[in-house]
Design a protein around this ligand. Sequence first.
Ligand code: HEM
Length: 80
Amino acid sequence: MNKVLNKWFRKTHRWLAVPTALLIPMAVVIRFSGNPSWQAFLKSFEMAQSLLMLILAITGAYLFLLPYLTKWQREKTRSA
Ligand code: HEM
């Protein structure tokens, strides 16, 4: 696998984990608080939350597949 790509996927995943880890518990607390003005505030962050989760899911899936892809590529070059 491309080393630069691997590095950037891991970096992206790691750094997007920070705002996500702050935003998700905050959103849960606000949702259960029942405060309408906080709910409206939360609504304005909904798009950001979905986007963060989408990018984390894509980069996470890549990180998950990485060892298998590397193994598969190594075996392919060995048998060639
Ligand atoms: C949504 C689907 C997600 C998937 C499929 C996923 C998957 C993965 C995978 C496969 C790894 C690499 C593990 C390894 O090789 O040791 C990883 C690392 C990591 N994940 Fe996720 N993840 C997801 C979401 C999240 C979320 C929501 C957070 C935190 C808010 C998070 C934080 C991290 C961190 C900090 C690492 C370590 C990164 C590093 O090694 O530099 N992930 N994740």
